[in-house]
Ligand binder design. Structure first.
Ligand code: AMP
Length: 365
């Protein structure tokens, strides 16, 4: 395929079955498209809203190939899909986003180098392959800082904060002694992210940058518009544009940035590139005519992109762990969209749903 837009009735394969896959499948269904979810869990949130699903390991070649042969195009909903699994699927189906984009985002070192090559600011860092290298990095960059594993980290997993009190040998052990980075702690004013989409024909569109607040390194709240100067809004969008173009990207991508304070090395620093729909773009479901999920689906099946303009200001709050027990009160909230992910078990730190409050664009949220 790739040139002819897929018709309604076609099937999109999605690697991963979490809430992002669930919301992608619902957006696809709105356009008359089917989804086939591939995930290694018995009960994944996306299964119940998709036409088909396969429970399979990400190294099960036979299952992956059968999955790929059953779909017209494939995509992913989490960036840690093993490269070999993507290669396997791409034997039988086109895969978007391009594997290179996924590889870059899977490795914090490759991600930082990629941003630096584009002239985009990153937190000062050093590669750490041993305790001696960690000691040298802390000596050079100072404390506080963060020791982050190169691979398989998300929502603060695989990271340790290094303060004046931290014993470096213990910290090195805590991240499992694997290849890592030591990164200077950035005293930022706020975190900002840009959700971008690039279509089959190379057209790019951008949702307004959002302001994000994390608690325990997990996204707690996203606010639109971000309370940053206009210049920062356009610079953040321009950074996302350069990244999406350089990756020859197709689909939705999110760039997470720190908006620096006086002590930050640059006004905007890229923290992470996520080659997928993103939690900080959930507000687009309620505040935009076409959400990040629908635009990702449109890009993947080769349809024209939808508008990224918003019709409201929004505050999105994640419902984490026990927060979801308030579902009835939240369902009574006026001018808010409630989204629950159908997860059967509540666990601390687990994303169970989200709610987005809307307000007039010329009023206060
Ligand atoms: P990450 O897993 O890299 O996305 O980090 C999760 C969260 O930890 C970020 O959203 C920040 O809130 C915080 N964080 C990560 N790196 C840094 C840093 N260099 N300086 C300050 N905070 C950070």
């Amino acid at each position: 395929m790739t040139d002819t837009p897929l018709s309604p009735g076609s099937t999109i394969g999605i690697l991963g079955g979490g809430q992002l896959g669930r919301m992608l499948a619902m957006a696809a269904a709105e356009l008359g498209l089917n989804c086939h979810i591939y995930c290694d869990e018995e009960n994944a949130p996306a299964y119940e809203v998709a036409a088909y699903h396969t429970v399979g390991a990400y190294d099960d070649e036979a299952a992956l190939r059968a999955f790929a042969q059953s779909v017209d195009v494939a995509t992913l909903e989490f960036e840690n899909v093993p490269a070999a699994a993507m290669a396997m699927v791409s034997k039988d189906a086109p895969v978007f986003p391009p594997p290179f984009a996924v590889e870059v985002s899977q490795d914090r070192l490759a991600e930082k180098r990629f941003a630096q090559e584009l002239g985009i600011g990153v937190a000062p860092y050093r590669e750490v392959k041993s305790l001696e290298e960690l000691e040298a990095a802390v000596e050079t960059l100072g404390r506080p800082g963060l020791l982050k594993t190169r691979r398989l980290g998300y929502d603060g997993k695989g990271q340790v904060k290094i303060t004046d009190e931290t014993d470096l040998a213990e910290a090195h052990e805590l991240v499992g002694g694997v290849d890592a980075l030591y990164e200077r702690f950035i005293d930022f004013r706020c975190e900002v992210s840009v959700v971008a989409v690039r279509g089959q024909d190379g057209e790019m569109r951008f949702y307004d940058p959002s302001e994000n607040r994390h608690e325990n390194q997990i996204l707690a709240e996203t606010r639109i518009p971000a309370r940053v100067p206009d210049e920062i809004v356009s610079n953040a969008t321009d950074i996302a544009r350069r990244i999406v173009e350089a990756l020859d990207y197709r689909g939705v991508l999110c760039v997470e940035l720190f908006y620096g304070g006086e002590r930050a090395p640059a006004p905007l620093i890229v923290n992470e590139i996520a080659p997928r729909v993103h939690n900080s773009g959930h507000w687009t479901l309620d505040a935009c005519a076409v959400s990040q999920f629908e635009n990702h689906i449109r890009a993947v099946v080769g349809w024209p992109l939808g508008p990224c303009t918003r019709h409201a200001n929004a505050v999105m709050k994640n419902l984490i762990g026990d927060d979801v027990k308030q579902w009835l009160e939240l369902a009574r909230e006026g001018n808010a969209g409630l989204h629950l992910y159908g997860k059967r078990h509540i666990r601390p730190g687990r994303k169970m749903g989200h709610i987005t409050w809307l307000s007039a664009m010329n009023g206060e949220c």
